[in-house]
Design a binder for this molecule. Structure first.
Ligand code: P53
Length: 477
């Protein structure tokens, strides 16, 4: 018996700003990602006020995929990929976000890239906004805190849908739109919504407003996309990090449930077209009155998604601290505890393969839609041996264990899964830290955290392993 359907989309995932580089080529504008400096392990990236001379901005060069894409896609074909998930850099198409006309050179780049993929039978899977809003919109509107940005995003989406309607079938509107539920984190607010806080603004209220405008923008785009090509499959994309209660203490169970509600209402709106009761009630309770019109509510209903795309890296275990109450609405970072059953990566991310099966089941029970695992993987330090080999059994162990759990979810639990695209299958700049040394790839790229290196590509041991996994449709792990 074959566990996975014959047309299962085995692939790999990246995002434009983390690999393309060429940040000023052919008319590209400055994006949010272009003003983020290099951080380090446990050192957050800085968001500078524009591009400041002397700072290290690793996304400016990325791995220069912009100039290497032909040889890279050839290697992706050798790996056996059936799907390539990337994003379209908004600033290549609309350099400032509000330009009168799109930038033809930017549009042409993605035409050429998609043609190159299709030549090898690789299906492009495209995210429209993956952490790289035009910086001009950040300055002018404070990102998605302004309603004007809805239509600017929709115009970008429409331009892409029309241009690539015969080349791209699978789309996602916003990458990990729910990261901003952790509104205390500057990086997540900036990358999701282009929100840069200057003082003591109410971050939570700002988040609910910006997220609403994004959800409206997404729904408008979904509706339009279906009109442009009824065969389009347009999904949402959420970061799925399930909250586990540390133990059976009822308050910990309720705490985990409450945190799940605060983190997953975004996909409730994407899928159901309405806000869940718990969010409506919470907004009232807090006295927040985001600008949500009746017309918006109609749009949300008219633009529900076709599938649920999600990333899965780890679970998050929580416990209510002594003397605290659930109704204080504690932030996840204030209640996260070590899970005694799980090992962690060098970046302290728990490693929890069963959590992937749990996530697939949870999402299936809640949404009853096809699902697409569009990111999963292990960031790790790799060592290049004197003969050039890179032995990365830790990466294979991580992925094998996750694929096994994914296959159980399909085979034994009946989930409808479209595909699996491991993250950063070619080494690229880490989103969270800006490091090159946090590597996810099967393909090694010679570049270090200071930007030195030849950019030469080579195969790690995991390359041959993943090739075999795809060839056997996940039978031989
Ligand atoms: P890096 C935070 C938490 C979970 C996933 O992350 C996240 C983030 C943002 O860093 O991002 C997703 O590179 C994201 C990718 C990113 C990948 O996970 O920090 O969609 O852009 O590279 C891995 O190790």
């Amino acid at each position: 018996m074959t566990k996975l359907p014959e047309n299962f989309l085995w692939g790999g995932a990246v995002a434009a700003h983390q690999l393309e580089g060429a940040w000023q080529a052919d008319g590209k504008g400055v994006s949010m990602a272009d003003v983020m400096t290099a951080g380090a392990n446990k050192v957050p990236r800085k968001i500078t006020d524009g591009v400041v001379p002397g700072e290290n901005y690793p996304n400016h060069e990325g791995i220069d995929f912009y100039h290497h894409y032909r040889e890279d896609v050839k290697m992706f074909a050798e790996l056996g990929l059936k799907a390539f998930r990337t994003s379209i850099a908004w600033t290549r198409i609309f350099p400032n976000g509000d330009d009168a006309e799109p930038n033809e050179a930017g549009l042409k780049f993605y035409d050429d890239l998609f043609d190159e993929c299709l030549k090898y039978g690789i299906e492009p899977v495209i995210t429209l906004a993956h952490f790289e809003m035009p910086y001009h919109l950040v300055k002018k509107y404070n990102g998605f805190s302004d309603r004007h940005v809805i239509d600017l995003y929709v115009r970008f989406a429409e331009t892409c849908f029309k241009r690539y309607k015969d080349k791209v079938k699978y789309w996602m509107t916003f990458n990990e739109i729910n990261n901003q539920s952790m509104y205390n984190n500057d990086f997540l607010m900036a990358t999701n919504s282009g929100l840069v806080f200057k003082g003591d603004e109410n971050r939570e209220a700002a988040m609910y407003q910006a997220a609403h405008y994004e959800l409206v923008a997404s729904a408008k785009a979904v509706k339009l996309g279906h009109e442009i090509n009824p065969d389009f499959q347009i999904g949402c994309m959420i970061n799925f990090t399930p909250f586990y209660p540390l133990n059976a203490a009822p308050n910990n169970i309720m705490l985990a449930e409450r945190l799940m509600q605060r983190r997953y209402w975004f996909s409730d709106v994407h899928v159901n077209g309405v806000y869940p009761e718990n969010v409506e009630t919470y907004l009232q309770q807090k006295g927040y009155r985001p600008d949500i019109t009746e017309a918006d509510r109609e749009i949300l209903k008219a633009g529900t998604v076709d599938y649920v795309g999600f990333s899965y890296y780890n679970s998050n275990t929580v416990a209510l601290p002594e003397g605290r109450s659930i109704d204080e609405n504690l932030a996840p970072e204030d209640v996260t505890v070590e899970n005694p059953y799980l090992a962690t990566s060098d970046w302290d991310w728990p490693i929890d393969p069963v959590g992937l099966r749990y996530s697939l089941n949870w999402l299936n029970d809640r949404y009853h839609l096809p699902m697409f695992i569009v990111e999963n993987g292990l960031g790790a330090y790799d060592t290049v041996e004197s003969d050039g080999a890179i032995h990365d059994p830790y990466r294979v162990d991580y992925l094998r264990a996750h694929i096994q759990e994914m296959e159980k979810a399909v085979e034994l639990d009946g989930v409808n899964l479209m595909g699996y695209t491991p993250w950063g299958f070619i080494d690229l700049v880490s989103a969270g830290t800006g490091q090159m040394s946090k590597r996810y790839g099967f393909i090694y790229v010679d570049k270090d955290d200071d930007g030195n290196g030849t950019l030469q590509r080579s195969k790690k041991d995991s390359f041959g392993w993943y090739q075999k996994v795809i060839r056997t449709n996940g039978e031989d792990l």
